[in-house]
Write a protein of this length. Sequence first.
Length: 374
Amino acid sequence: MSIPLSARSALAAAVCGLIGASAAAQSSVTIYGTIDANVQTRNRDASGTGRQTELATGGLRPSILGFRGGEDLGGGLKAFFNLESHYSSDSGASTSAPGTLQAFRRQANVGLSGNWGSLTLGRQYAPAIIGTLSTEPRQYKEQFSNLYVWAYNQLSAPGNALGAGTNTSNDVGVFVGNAITYSLATGPWYAGLSYSLGEQPNDSKKGREISFGASYTGPVTVGVGYQRNDDTLSGVELSRLYSAGIAVPFGPFTGRLHGIDVVSRQPVTGARVSKVDGLGVGLDYKWGANTSTLALYHNRYDGIDSRSTTKAMVLSNDHALSKRTTLYAQLAYVDAGAVGAADALQGLKGSIVVGGTAAGRKTTLLGLGINHTF
């Protein structure tokens, strides 16, 4: 029996419609992101020359644009992907790691998940920072937190600055490339282990990164993290980080205590460049649509030719206009220690401020901003 052309066209359209409907039911793609901008003023800039006021990006959270999706494969098995970029809200420029051009600096990965956990391949967040996120006094907010002790002590800097090294998979200890990660989140428990392939011939140690994080989120939250980076050129251990913290709620308050210990080494000889111990304590108070936070930081640097201590206090308030939009104000006082000549990164390694503050000086910073998620 022959089918008229018009009927065949209608049948083809119906079949395509059914296929499209089936695909839509099984898979999905979400566009998401955050845009954050604030006016920040300080009594002196990082060089100590004078007052500075700027429109800054990422006072509360980073400005990001991402795509994520998944497909139900049946039998409890799912496929997923994540693509996530980082940009500056003040200029609109893409924010890449030093010396690189990256469309998706934060995430570019694909994986499978099921009741057994998740297996993720590609660029992704380091499990170590995920494990301790909820215990840091300001939960690693993009400005005025020990996110920068974490980042600047694991910085892969251009020119192989002393103690920075050239691990091409590592990006400020927060993002890992060339990574294979297994993670399991069940009930209040989370654990993740990531191994980043150095991709160097005849030496699996060169350029590798190992990251482990675990947490228990109950009435009391406890988190731990471990991370190690090896130099891509020499295979020498560049940095080794340990982190642990606890968050305890009581009524409208939540207290947090968090510590970081990280050792940085020279990329050729393996000699120790610095050891940094960061300690933070914080208290949140929730009232109405507001969350007020007081955080204190004491970060100690022990290096080749000098020792220094940076002390900081942060007072902030986040006001939720809605589930997606937050107005925030944050005031930071930083008493930075003097630096020596041997380590070009010393002034940054104990800082809670992006770009650091003037060495051996007292700096006050005030930021007023808005954060919107979509």
